[in-house]
Design a protein around this ligand. Structure first.
Ligand SMILES: C[S@@+](CC[C@H](N)C(=O)[O-])C[C@H]1O[C@@H](n2cnc3c(N)ncnc32)[C@H](O)[C@@H]1O
Length: 401
């Protein structure tokens, strides 16, 4: 058959299918995923993997109520590289025209001052602070931001200088173009609304959100100690089917967004928000599972989590942490060194997990006066920052012995 084979799925299940196909090595990563006009998404499949694709087991594994089918697309799909280049070229061309209309010359230095990465939240693009730093841009006034928005195919623009260390992890954001800074982000069928000037949204945590969404938490009470706008509370409620989530959050702006998001996703009846410092939380002996989604470390929350676990049956802690590995020799960039680097990283994560497991076992003993057994169920790598800083999550099973 001619054309590109694609798996057609509904938008709300697209991310689950995409992740699964990617983990099976069946997704054609060189091509763009396409949203079609019928509200479905086309995921390009590698022709060599087509014969082994079992749609029935995919459906059973991911969402038995979902529909998926193989379709052959005749019109050529755009490659990711082509898309990046065409967007980059569009922005460059528009800005070059703008500068020249102001009597300025286009230079390589100006080209280097264009945004190379940014976050897209609905119709708003959030730029980093490492672009448009050269003085010449100031001469363009507001025309600049209108042109940038056109070049990036956005309606609103904002710029983030950094995530503040105020404990609320609020971003320092300036709106450059647009009336307001509330945005809507849809991930895995869950809608998240928030104010980009007041709350952060970590797009890099998507793999962890999808992992949480795939848990079966029916019958469970979950406590999310660092709920934010509902990054993990919502997947626990919407997809993992937790019976109840206690969501703790001390930033009033995040709480406002969380309330909205619980309502928009129709799960507010199964969630209690505890506004304030979670270290003062009065709740105890209620949880089958505690999510500790704070980086660089959630260690302040460990004693709280231990008090929250059900005393008679225990439960699972999901402990987030940035773990730093020793720097590898980057000059030796051959395959053998890369493999040994990854092995060294995993050893460091394991050592951190062993320490954490022992530490939490002794906290549980001190808090409850009984003996507990802690068991490392899994260590998940979420993302890397610098080449040697890794955000990992430890799934720690804790049972009274
Ligand atoms: C990093 S954000 C959550 C991010 C989310 N886990 C993600 O993956 O994008 C952590 C949240 O925990 C909240 N927080 C930090 N310390 C807290 C505490 N002691 N009590 C309650 N909330 C806290 C912050 O306000 C913030 O909204």
């Amino acid at each position: 058959m001619d054309g590109v084979p694609c798996l057609r799925v509904s938008r709300c299940h697209a991310q689950q299918y995409r992740r699964c196909l990617q983990s099976q090595g069946a997704l054609d990563l060189s091509l763009c995923v396409v949203k079609d006009s019928e509200g479905t998404v086309l995921l390009p499949i590698l022709p060599s993997c087509l014969s082994e694709l079992d749609l029935q087991s995919l459906r059973t594994l991911l969402a038995s109520d979902s529909a998926c089918e193989i379709v052959w697309i005749q019109t050529p799909l755009q490659s990711k590289k082509e898309k990046r280049i065409s967007r980059g070229n569009k922005l460059e061309k528009i800005l070059q025209e703008l500068l020249e209309s102001h009597g300025e010359k286009w230079t390589e230095e100006l080209k280097g001052d264009l945004p190379h990465s940014f976050q897209r939240h609905g119709d708003l693009v959030l730029l980093g602070d490492n672009c448009f730093a050269l003085p010449v841009w100031k001469k363009m006034d507001n025309q600049l931001w209108t042109a940038v928005a056109r070049g990036l195919e956005a309606k609103r623009l904002a710029k983030m200088s950094r995530i503040s260390r105020d404990g609320f992890r609020s971003p320092e954001v300036t709106v450059l173009l647009g009336e307001h800074s509330w945005v809507k982000h849809v991930d895995n069928g869950i809608s998240y609304e928030f104010d980009v000037m007041k709350c952060m949204f970590s797009a890099g945590n998507i793999t962890e959100k999808l992992r949480v969404a795939a848990f079966d938490c029916s019958g469970e009470t979950v406590v999310d100690l660092y709920a934010g706008i509902g990054y993990f509370s919502l997947p626990y409620l919407v997809h993992a089917k937790a019976s109840h989530v206690h969501a703790c959050e001390w930033n009033p702006d995040a709480v406002e967004a969380l309330q909205k998001n619980l309502e928009a996703n129709r799960v507010s009846d199964r969630c209690t928000i505890h506004q304030g410092d979670n270290r003062q939380l009065q709740l105890c002996d209620v949880a089958d599972r505690v999510n500790l989604g704070l980086i660089p470390s959630s260690e302040d929350g460990w004693p709280v989590a231990c008090r929250l676990l059900k005393k008679t049956t225990g439960g699972i802690l999901h402990v987030h942490q940035n773990v730093t590995s020793p720097l590898h020799n980057t000059a030796a960039d051959d395959a053998t060194h890369r493999v040994s680097g990854k092995k060294a990283d995993r050893e460091v994560w394991q050592a951190w997990a062993d320490d954490t497991s022992n530490h939490i076992a002794s906290l549980l003993r001190n808090i409850t006066g009984a003996l507990w057994i802690t068991n490392i169920r899994h260590i998940e790598h979420v993302k890397s920052y610098a080449p040697h800083v890794h955000h990992v999550v430890l799934d720690l099973e804790c049972r009274p012995s």
